[in-house]
Structure formats: structure tokens, C-alpha cells
Design a protein around this ligand. Structure first.
Ligand SMILES: Nc1nc2c(c(=O)[nH]1)N[C@H]1C(S)=C(S)[C@@H](COP(=O)(O)OP(=O)(O)OC[C@H]3O[C@@H](n4cnc5c(=O)[nH]c(N)nc54)[C@H](O)[C@@H]3O)O[C@H]1N2
Ligand SMILES: Nc1nc2c(c(=O)[nH]1)N[C@H]1C(S)=C(S)[C@@H](COP(=O)(O)OP(=O)(O)OC[C@H]3O[C@@H](n4cnc5c(=O)[nH]c(N)nc54)[C@H](O)[C@@H]3O)O[C@H]1N2
Ligand code: SF4
Ligand SMILES: [Mo]
Length: 768
């Protein structure tokens, strides 16, 4: 294989951030199993050849020294032994079955389902969850985006995204796209904005981030004061009569409720609290009101901070009050291929819940709001470490590393230790895997077909199915296969039952559709097993490098049926079932991204607004009191912990925890704590010196890096470090695991999202 492949460019995608830029790679090296060359795929409709420096490191993921190669079972002394797949599947099915029989399937919590590059596993996981009667889920979205989703749901009833390529004014709030990306060809677009005198970039960030350095206006606010800053801007829009009144009358409800709140907001007081001059904030209000188009992106700097849900609300008021929606260059509603919220709820894009009972809207023990079907990550330990009869007794975790990535790693470890049963599906023996009863080794994202449902741009949407570049590493299985085996064991589905489906699939997909329909008509419950049935029947008819794509056949049909207009605009017109077949054929055949949805005109976004009458709802009464309080309340300060620690900054060589090997990083200094020159002087430290960093939860030693980007009192640690990497040549760890320093109770009162970017901290110099 190595020789034959030499010099051949194969299409795939980068898996390090949600953009999944299209790549072309050459394979070779040891056993032909290495990715030896990487370049951008010019044919990819989104990335068009773009990539960033991180893509060059994908071989460190593919050939990491800590890949698992056998199912592992924990012994009573806490060590692990390798067991065969047959034993692992049978025992896991039995143990989960016992939990279900004794306590009910709703006592099993499912966590994860996909990372930055892999969502197919979660699509198949749905069958396992239904077989187990699982009712509750969580994943990383419930520690970042749920507040924003909740606000979006109330105001727009649709997911929205900015059109930064065309926006006259681009606003980034707690978002550093130069490093973290977030829209296609990010750095190219940022450079274009920077060069064009008629376009404006506004960045709201306490740090002079790489993006802020390129901005026309940098609102370098005090950490954690976004709500005040945004309220001042929104209030100036109302008080200076900059509101797009005619547009509001035509398209929105509730202005009469919001107007008095913003009319009475004390702009000077809000400005003073966020540390930005009032006149500057008023200037931003005028720029926004006057602009032809405005697009806004909020991210973790605000979403993982105090007042985050409130901030998400005021942020939207700013561009809605000035009429910036559904025009070229403004935020618009995107067309999901499979909506992430549907995926989270296990609905496979269907409008109706397919589970037997409607899911409850709050978590069983703490009664926390469930948003897009997800329990807030921060309450998971509280839902386990209690004697409450409704507590979770078991967890199934896949493609997530909650012990490392959720608040308070120590408590998450305790919670996992208290579970009666837990299973982790991962490529590596992660911090979370080390707490589980069984660990199942997944094939890597380049050893199976994979994709994401992060298809969130406007005005067109692209879906990219990646084919496997390599055969699965020995001992590993793709999630499609793992979930099939688990479901078949749990539901006692025999091969004989699948045989007619296989036969039908070999005759064509319409025959398969009929056969599936007949089976479900006879045996209603089989509807819950559809992902597995399709994988078993249709998978073998697909190219071997794409057999895990089988379930996308069903997703294509759901999509084409639900989104006829958007599909037709992208060329998938005519009778929906036939359009779906063509789309599926293209997705499997093209190897690069496929445009599955197009808006003819930006105003198409209006048809996606899902609120009453298709009108934007300006009022969220649950947030009114908090909005009013901003004029009177000071941002909280902590005398005992005078620094504000931003725990988890994205830097040019961070990739969440996907790259575990410290050698994948060029500079060891990338794990350091950034502090301002003034604070360094006060402490008497130089770059490279060790300090002791202490929070209410934990303490660690870390080297500092003096940085002119930091303001006094604000310190910043990168995300994704402090992993216990167990390579073939010994264990190594680099940097600090940020969540050894964070607490679960530090969370948003509405969405329960963590305050990772606002951890009160102390610093002491350690002697040189
Ligand atoms: N290189 C790289 N890129 C990534 C990732 C990665 O690990 N590495 N991860 C991906 C993922 S999962 C995500 S969710 C995104 C996240 O992408 P971002 O949210 O852009 O990333 P962060 O660096 O965590 O935070 C952004 C900014 O918030 C600022 N900030 C801190 N405190 C405050 C505050 O009080 N107010 C405001 N307004 N800003 C504040 C920080 O200074 C920082 O510049 O990145 C994605 N892209
Ligand atoms: N303090 C603090 N904490 C944070 C953040 C922060 O800024 N500060 N950021 C948060 C954010 S925004 C996010 S998104 C989360 C991310 O944290 P997690 O959701 O935990 O996700 P990842 O680090 O992306 O890693 C996912 C896991 O998938 C595994 N994996 C890789 N490929 C495969 C595969 O093909 N199959 C399977 N089954 N597994 C695979 C990896 O080994 C890894 O263990 O971290 C969050 N945690
Ligand atoms: S990390 Fe860089 S190359 Fe990879 S998907 Fe993100 S922007 Fe693209
Ligand atoms: Mo994230």
C-alpha cells in the first residue's frame, strides 16, 4: 500500500477545529500508515485551499504513541487488563442491562458523541441509547453554547451565523478568530477587513488578542464586564434614537417592553464599570446604526463568564434594534444538514421526538434547565454525588474527555468513582478513560468515514464526508461497528433479521427503504434500531472507505424532505426522495465538501425564523431584572483572590485535547501563564520564572510569560494542557490542566455554563 500510494494526494479534512478545512494529504512512512504531507484542498467549497499551521500536525493525532489497541477492563485493584471485543461487548451489554433493570435506563447518563471533527459516531450511538432507554445527555456544548442557544430559541427560533466575508462592520465579542477561527478562511477574511478602509472590525476583549491587534476599534474592557459594555451600547442606540423603527414594526414584537429598560439604563455608570469611555461606546452604537451591514460573533470570552446568557441577549438586541438581519453581510439563519440540537436530542433531524416519552426539561437531581436536550456540564457531579433516588448510576462516554475538560476535574473524578458502571469509547487512555470500568478503543478519524454537522455558515452550507485514509489500527473498531454490536447484543437482533435488509440494499436504496418500512410495520420497536440496521444493510454496498456513511442515506432523506427549497437552490430539486438519493450519491462520491443548501437571497433567512408569526421576539422577561440591575450593580471583586484568571485560552498550538503528545507542540513555552508587564514587575518575575497560582479550588506551579497583550490583574492559561500522555516511551505531561483550578458552582444562573474565563486567583513568586 505504501508504494502504490506514494505521491498520491488524497482528500480529507482537518479535525482540529469546527471549520474542518478540506485537505489533501499524502500517506506513507512507517507501514504506509503516516500522513506525510498536508496541503489545502482548493476544491473544497468552504475552505478553498485555506488552512492554518495546525493542520500540519494531524499525523501526531493519527500516530499518537498512546493509541488504545484493545478493549480494557478494570480490575478490582484499579489496573486494567486487555479483553477481547466479544467479551467486552457481552459484559458491557449485561452490566448496562442490569442497571436498566434495577434503576431504569434514565439513570444512565450519556456524555459526548463527537468532537471537532467526528459526529458520525454519535449518530450511531443513538441506537445504543434507545436500546438502553437513556433519557439524559450532555456534551461540551452544554459548557459553552447553551446560553446562546436558549436566547436564540426565544428571540429567533433558529440558529444564526454572521456573514463576515461581506459585513461592513464585524464585531467579535470574547472571540479571537485569528487563533480560534470560526468562519471559513478566517485569516484571509480578517486581513481583507483590515485592509479595507470602508470596513470596520470591532473587538471586545480584555486582552489585546491577535484579532484585537488587527481591529479598528478594540474595546479593552475589564474582564467579566461584557454585559455592562453591551448594555451601554444597546442603551445608546435607544437613547440616541438610532433604532430602525420601521424595520422593527415590520419584523419584530416586544419593542414596547424593551424600550423603557434601555431608555432608563445608565450609560455612564455601565461605561464606568466596564472601564471603557462612554463616548467610545456611544461611537460604536452610531457605527452599528449607520452601517450597511453588521455581523456579530460571540464566543467563550463572554460565554464562559459571568452574565453570559444576559450578554448573549443584549448582543442580539444591538444588531436587531438596528435592523441587521437577513441582508448580505449581516447575521442570517443557516440551514443545518442535521441540526446539532436534533442530534443532541437524538432526533436524527426529525420534527417529532421518536422516543417513547417526551424528555423532561430539567435535570433529575438539581432541577437544572435542559437546553437543546443537554444537562449543564457543571451540574453533572451534583447529579451523581448525592443519595437522591433519581441520581445517575452509570455513564456512557464517547469522544469526550470530561474529567479534563469540565469544571473541577477532582469532583468529576469523584463522581465517576461513585458510579456503579461506566464505559468510555476513545482512541486514547484519557484522563476520563482512566476512571471507567471499560474502555473501548475507537479507530481514528482517518481510519473510518467521518464528518461533522458544524455546517453553520450563510448563505450556503457545505457538508463534507471524509473517507478513511487507512484501515483501522489493529484492535480498534469504528463507532458504527461498536454501536451495532452493542445494540444487537442489547436488543438480541439476529443476523437472520438483517439478511432481508441486506438483500434489499443490494438491489438499491429504494428497495432498502421499502424493506425497512415493512420491517418497522411488523415490529414497531425496530424504528429505534434504524441506524444500526442501515449500517449493517447498506454499509457493505458502499466503498469500503465510506461504509460508516450508511446512516447519511437516512439523514439525506430527512434533510431533502424537510428543506426542499434550500436543497433545490443547491441543485437538489425535484421529488424529495430522488433529490435525497442524488445528494447521498454526491456526498459519498465527491470526497470533498458538497453544497447541500443555498439561500437564493439573504432574505430567505426570514423563512427560518421559528418564533410566533416568523417575527423576532425582542423581549425575554426572564432577563429583564438582570438587565435593570446593571445600572446599579458593580461587577463583583474578590479581595482574597485579586487576579482574574482566564482558564483556557486558544493559542496557535492548542487543539482542545485532541493532540495529546507534548511533542506535537513546537514551543514548550506555549503552556505558560500570560501576565501583564505591570503585574510581573509587582511580583518581581521575568518570563520563564515559576509562580504559584492558587484559586478557591486548587493550586499549581506554572512558568509565566510576560505579555503586552494582558491588562493588569488579568492572567491567562491555555486550554488543553496538563494531559497525562502515556507514550510508548514513558509518561509525559506538559503544562497545567485548567480544570484542576475551576469549580462547578461558578456557573451561569440560567444556562449553567461555567465561568472558566473568570476564575478569582492569587499569584506568588517562587524563589529562583
Ligand atoms: N487554536 C485553537 N483553536 C480552536 C480551539 C483550540 O483548542 N485551539 N478550540 C475550538 C473550540 S472548541 C472553541 S469553543 C473555540 C473558542 O474560541 P474563542 O472563544 O475565540 O477562544 P478563547 O481563546 O477561549 O477565548 C476568546 C477570547 O476571550 C477573551 N476573554 C477573556 N475574558 C473575557 C471577558 O471577560 N470578556 C470578553 N469579551 N472576552 C474575554 C480572551 O482574552 C480570548 O481572546 O475555538 C475553537 N478553535
Ligand atoms: N477551563 C476550561 N475548560 C474548557 C474550555 C476552556 O476554555 N477552559 N473549553 C471547553 C470547550 S469550548 C470544549 S469544546 C471542550 C472540549 O473538550 P472535550 O469535549 O472533552 O473534547 P476534546 O478535547 O475535543 O476531545 C474529545 C475526545 O475525543 C477523543 N477522540 C478523538 N478522535 C476520536 C474518535 O474518532 N473517536 C472517539 N470515540 N474519540 C475520539 C480524544 O482522544 C478526546 O479524548 O473543553 C472545554 N473545557
Ligand atoms: S485548525 Fe486550522 S486548518 Fe484545521 S480546521 Fe481549523 S482553521 Fe482549518
Ligand atoms: Mo468548544
Amino acid at each position: 500500500m505504501a508504494k502504490r500510494d506514494q505521491g498520491v494526494w488524497k482528500k480529507t479534512a482537518c479535525i482540529f477545529c469546527s471549520l474542518n478545512c478540506g485537505l489533501e494529504v499524502q500517506t506513507g512512512g512507517k507501514d504506509g500508515r503516516e500522513i506525510v504531507k498536508v496541503r489545502g484542498d482548493k476544491e473544497h467549497p468552504n475552505s478553498q485551499g485555506y488552512l492554518c499551521e495546525k493542520a500540519q500536525r494531524i499525523n501526531h493525532y493519527q500516530n499518537a504513541g498512546d493509541r488504545l489497541q484493545s478493549p480494557m477492563r478494570r480490575r478490582s485493584d484499579g489496573t486494567y487488563e486487555a479483553v477481547s471485543w466479544g467479551v467486552a461487548i457481552a459484559e458491557i451489554a449485561e452490566r448496562f442491562g442490569q442497571i436498566k433493570a434495577k434503576y431504569g435506563g434514565d439513570k444512565i447518563l450519556y456524555y459526548g458523541g463527537g468532537g471537532q471533527g467526528n459526529h458520525l459516531g454519535g449518530t450511531y450511538g443513538d441506537a445504543t441509547l434507545k436500546a438502553l432507554g437513556v433519557k439524559y445527555r450532555s456534551n461540551a456544548l452544554a459548557q459553552e453554547k447553551t446560553g446562546e442557544f436558549w436566547v436564540n430559541g426565544k428571540m429567533l427560533g433558529a440558529g444564526v451565523h454572521g456573514d463576515f466575508e461581506h459585513a461592513q462592520v464585524s464585531i467579535f465579542i470574547g472571540k479571537n478568530p485569528w487563533q480560534s477561527h470560526g468562519f471559513a478562511r478566517t485569516r484571509v477574511v480578517l486581513r481583507e477587513i483590515q485592509k479595507d478602509p470602508n470596513r470596520t472590525m470591532i473587538v471586545i476583549d480584555p486582552r489585546r488578542s491577535e484579532t484585537a491587534q488587527r481591529a479598528d476599534v478594540h474595546l479593552q474592557l475589564r474582564p467579566g464586564t461584557d454585559a455592562w459594555c453591551l448594555a451601554a451600547i444597546a442603551a445608546a442606540i435607544v437613547q440616541e434614537d438610532l433604532v430602525a423603527r420601521g424595520w422593527l414594526d415590520e419584523h419584530t414584537d416586544g419593542y414596547h417592553l424593551v424600550e423603557p429598560l434601555l431608555a432608563s439604563t445608565n450609560i455612564a455608570a455601565c461605561a464606568q464599570r466596564c472601564g471603557i469611555e462612554e463616548e467610545v461606546l456611544r461611537g460604536v452604537a452610531r457605527t452599528v446604526a449607520k452601517a450597511k451591514s453588521v455581523s456579530v460573533f460571540e464566543d467563550l470570552g463572554m460565554q464562559m463568564n459571568r452574565g453570559s446568557t444576559l450578554g448573549s441577549y443584549i448582543q442580539r438586541l444591538i444588531w436587531i434594534l438596528t435592523g441587521h438581519f437577513a441582508r448580505k453581510g449581516t447575521n442570517g439563519a443557516f440551514v443545518p444538514f442535521l441540526s446539532l440540537s436534533a442530534a443532541s436530542k437524538g432526533k436524527a433531524g426529525a420534527k417529532k421526538a421518536s422516543g417513547p416519552r417526551r424528555r423532561k426539561k430539567v435535570s433529575p437531581v438539581t432541577g437544572s434547565k435542559i437546553i437543546i436536550g443537554l444537562i449543564p456540564c457543571n451540574v453533572i457531579p451534583d447529579e451523581i454525588l448525592t443519595d437522591h433516588p433519581e441520581r445517575f448510576r452509570a455513564m456512557l462516554i464517547e469522544s469526550g474527555n470530561p474529567v479534563h475538560s469540565l469544571a473541577d476535574s477532582q469532583r468529576m473524578r469523584e463522581a465517576m468513582a461513585a458510579l456503579e458502571f461506566s464505559v468510555v469509547i476513545d482512541v486514547a487512555m484519557t484522563e476520563t478513560a482512566r476512571q471507567a470500568h471499560y474502555v473501548l478503543p475507537a479507530s481514528s478519524q482517518f481510519e473510518k468515514a467521518e464528518c461533522t454537522y458544524f455546517n453553520m455558515e450563510v448563505p450556503q452550507n457545505v457538508f463534507h464526508l471524509r473517507h478513511a485514509l487507512f484501515k483501522p489500527l489493529e484492535g480498534t473498531l469504528p463507532e458504527a461497528e461498536i454501536h451495532s454490536r452493542l445494540t444487537m447484543a442489547l436488543k438480541k437482533i439476529s443476523k437472520a433479521e438483517i439478511a432481508p435488509l441486506k438483500m434489499a440494499a443490494s438491489k438499491g436504496s429504494l428497495a432498502l427503504g421499502l424493506a425497512l418500512g415493512l420491517l418497522i410495520a411488523r415490529k414497531r420497536d425496530r424504528i429505534n434500531d434504524v441506524p444500526v440496521l442501515i449500517y449493517r444493510a447498506l454499509g457493505p454496498t458502499l466503498p469500503p472507505s465510506a461504509k460508516e456513511a450508511a446512516i447519511l442515506w437516512a439523514v439525506c432523506h430527512l434533510y431533502a424532505w424537510n428543506e426542499r427549497e434550500a436543497a433545490a437552490n443547491a441543485g437538489y430539486d425535484g421529488w424529495a426522495p430522488l433529490a435525497a438519493e442524488r445528494l447521498f450519491k454526491d456526498i459519498v462520491g465527491r470526497r470533498t465538501g458538497v453544497v447541500y443548501a443555498k439561500q437564493k437571497d439573504p432574505s430567505d433567512s426570514w423563512s427560518r425564523v421559528g418564533t410566533p408569526g416568523g417575527r423576532i421576539q425582542l423581549a425575554i422577561p426572564e432577563l429583564f431584572a438582570a438587565l435593570v440591575r446593571l445600572s446599579y450593580e458593580e461587577p463583583p471583586r474578590d479581595r482574597d483572590f485579586p487576579f482574574v484568571l482566564s482558564a483556557g485560552e486558544r493559542r496557535s498550538d492548542t487543539t482542545n485535547t485532541i493532540l495529546r503528545d507534548p511533542r506535537a507542540r513546537k514551543k514548550e513555552t506555549s503552556a505558560s501563564l500570560r501576565i501583564s508587564l505591570q503585574d510581573a514587575e509587582m511580583l518581581g518575575v521575568l518570563s520563564g520564572d515559576q509562580v504559584r497560582l492558587t484559586t478557591r479550588r486548587g493550586s499549581c506551579e506554572v512558568p509565566v510569560e510576560l505579555s503586552t497583550t494582558m491588562q493588569p490583574g488579568h492572567i491567562s492559561l491555555p486550554n488543553g494542557f496538563g494531559l497525562d500522555y502515556q507514550g510508548t516511551d514513558g509518561t509525559r505531561s506538559l503544562g497545567v490542566a485548567p480544570n484542576e483550578l475551576t469549580r462547578t458552582e461558578d456557573r451561569d444562573p440560567i444556562a449553567g455554563t461555567p465561568w472558566h474565563k473568570h476564575v478569582p486567583a492569587r499569584l506568588e513568586r517562587l524563589s529562583r
